[in-house]
Design a protein around this ligand. Structure first.
Ligand code: SF4
Length: 61
């Protein structure tokens, strides 16, 4: 199964990925997006979140 990963050094904590796929990502207390459930949303929704990230901080692993 493909899993999304967030590059913490690149993420700005804008929250767009959470808006798109809130069952997969959340912004933690440090203001960085983290994966809370790799299969929280369907693959198309996660892909939409990846595409929406303005700094391309999310990739499939
Ligand atoms: S959309 Fe990108 S920059 Fe914004 S919180 Fe998510 S991973 Fe971070």
């Amino acid at each position: 199964m493909k899993s999304p990963v967030v590059d913490a050094d690149t993420c700005t904590g804008c929250g767009l990925c959470v808006d798109v796929a809130g069952a997969t990502f959340e912004v933690n207390d440090d203001g960085i997006a983290v994966v809370i459930a790799a299969d929280g949303d369907d693959e198309d929704t996660i892909q939409e979140a990846i595409d929406s990230c303005p700094v391309e901080a999310i990739a499939w692993a």
